[in-house]
Design a protein around this ligand. Structure first.
Ligand code: CUA
Length: 327
């Protein structure tokens, strides 16, 4: 092969490589990195990306060169030369992808194994229950809430289960996904390295309300977390009157409903501002959401489990709160 041909191919390959690398590097494809486990996931992601960019550059170089060099002239009706394969080339294009795919498999297996291991002797534990279409998180102090709270810098083991169909727990900033499967318990380890609030998203098509099955995870400092555990745990156990506002917050009502006193503006379900002054109707609507549907809303979207999840006193407090009777 002539020196000029190799130079042309190198040049085309370099241009293809730089252009694709720029697209990979200068567009923020990934969400912010907020957990230790994400580091390994990102490593795997970038390994696969760089392999793809390399292969693309090689293919682009050969195609580009062929396009320039072997283009058919307008008056050329002849056939190409009969070629009977090239053993060296065939061995190369079998062996190289084999090595690359095995490397990707090994790196992924190592990352997944490492990410399954909780760091530190004393991991935090939270039980996660998924149902159509809501998440419930039971924290170490017994506080059950629609919002997940975990401490920074310490591993939290999520024990996932489902009440009905398969759901999947995903926080983009943490990088990992894990299915919640009825009948078995799955686990997921998260070691946050940034405080803040991140979305929890269901990534398994689980029914009519799948796209609405979202919540939040709040990553707190270890001191904040310890005092939150103590305060909230103590508050619920002491047998104090439940407050409507906190029942509203903990059951996650604001995730789907607008309600001015709670400053929620969600529009997934009907607005709770200006409800008819009828405690029985409000209570029934919480416990049996499909009994009387508001106009323009579908049955089967709101979980039918609040009757079991909330105590009678909590329900009373919530109804009062929604009717403006108490804070
Ligand atoms: Cu739960 Cu999709």
């Amino acid at each position: 092969m002539r020196r000029g041909s190799i130079l042309t191919m190198l040049l085309i390959g370099a241009v293809a490589f730089l252009a694709t690398a720029a697209v990979a590097l200068f567009i923020p494809w990934l969400p912010d990195q907020a957990s230790r486990e994400r580091e390994g996931i990102d490593l795997t992601f970038w390994l696969a990306t760089w392999i793809c960019i390399g292969i693309f550059a090689v293919v682009a170089a050969v195609i580009g060169y062929s396009f320039l060099k072997f283009r058919v002239r307008p008056d050329d009706d002849s056939d190409g030369p009969p070629i009977h394969g090239h053993t060296g080339l065939e061995i190369a294009w079998t062996a190289v992808p084999f090595v690359l795919v095995v490397a990707l498999g090994v790196v992924s297996a190592v990352v997944l194994t490492q990410n399954d291991r909780a760091r530190g002797a004393n991991p935090n534990e939270v039980a996660v229950t998924a149902e159509q279409f809501a998440w419930t998180f039971e924290h170490p102090n017994g506080v059950t809430s629609g919002t997940l709270r975990i401490p920074i810098g310490r591993s939290t083991v999520l024990r996932l289960s489902s009440r009905d169909v398969i759901h999947s727990f995903w926080v983009p900033e943490f990088g990992q996904k894990k299915d919640a499967v009825p009948g078995i318990e799955t686990r997921l380890v998260i070691t946050p390295k940034r405080t803040g609030t991140f979305p929890v998203i269901c990534t398994e098509l689980c029914g009519l309300g799948h796209s609405l099955m979202r919540s939040r995870v709040i990553v707190m400092t270890q001191q904040e977390y310890a005092s939150w555990l103590e305060e909230e745990g103590g508050g619920q156990a002491a047998g104090t009157e439940p407050e409507g506002a906190s029942v509203f917050a903990e059951a996650g009502c604001g995730g789907c409903h607008a309600f001015a006193p709670a400053e929620s503006t969600a529009q997934v379900g009907p607005s709770l501002d200006g409800l008819p002054d009828d405690p029985q109707f409000v209570r029934t609507s919480i416990v049996e959401p499909d009994a009387e549907l508001a106009e323009g809303f579908q049955a089967g979207v709101m979980p039918r489990t609040y009757g079991e999840q909330l105590s009678d006193r909590e329900l009373d407090a919530l109804v009062q709160y929604l009717l403006g009777g108490s804070q």
